[in-house]
Ligand binder design. Sequence first.
Ligand SMILES: Nc1ncnc2c1ncn2[C@@H]1O[C@H](COP(=O)(O)OP(=O)(O)OP(=O)(O)O)[C@@H](O)[C@H]1O
Ligand SMILES: [Mg+2]
Length: 258
Amino acid sequence: MKQGHALFVTGTDTGVGKTMVTGLLTALFAMGGYDAIPYKPVQSGGIRSDLGLVAEDVEFYRSLYPLPYDQNTLCTYCMEPALSPHLAALQTGVCIEPEHIAGHLQKLRASHDFVFVEGAGGLAVPLQEDERGIYMTVDLIERLRLPLLLVTHPGLGTINHTILTASYAQIRGIPILGIIVNRMPLAPGEMEQDNVRMISKLTELPVLGTFPEMEQKEPKALRTRLHELHKCINLALLLERLEQAEEKLMQTKGTEEH
Ligand SMILES: Nc1ncnc2c1ncn2[C@@H]1O[C@H](COP(=O)(O)OP(=O)(O)OP(=O)(O)O)[C@@H](O)[C@H]1O
Ligand SMILES: [Mg+2]
């Protein structure tokens, strides 16, 4: 019987390192003996290849950690235009159905201990615009009832980006497990150190991990560093907070159903 935990990896912006963190988490949990799988519900900027449309993020997960699954198992909607998903969907005639994603995730949860769901961009990203209105990433997270893991950067501007993202999730009642600071310089200066202290203090969230700026970021080089990277993240605290958040989400579900 699989544990079926799941969390949503979001970031303060596109390109902040969600795919890197999702891929590393999958590999690090697998190293710890868990059956973990990454999942990208919506990818825009898909790459055309002999095999059809390929989601770049999924390719990265698979190159970092051998996963015996094809693209369609790890990504529900892959669209070619490198645009906001709502526009990529409009241009390619795709209708992004939250219920379809929810069903896909449910299947993955039933057959794995952990599913790491990577969003496209940040929380305020439109996924679909139609006569019903605009469906946002934050709406999908709410529908999937997932807690968040927030990936941020340690550089200038991060206090503002991180507080805004955390506040938006909190306003929507979405639990946040904690923050992962990605691309910490090898020799952090006073600014980076103070930024990390400030975002944790202002959000009242724990920093669950800090991944360094990696000179060699090719999957092969990363694989050789997994033991060292294992020390960069507090997996025990992440698990503890995940269990607490799942309990809270179950309780709110119960309340809503009554
Ligand atoms: N710790 C790191 N050290 C060095 N380079 C990094 C690190 N993390 C991410 N990068 C690089 O930054 C770029 C963006 O990272 P990544 O693809 O993980 O971002 P993302 O948030 O998933 O972006 P998207 O919103 O497009 O999905 C990539 O080229 C990646 O190799
Ligand atoms: Mg990504």
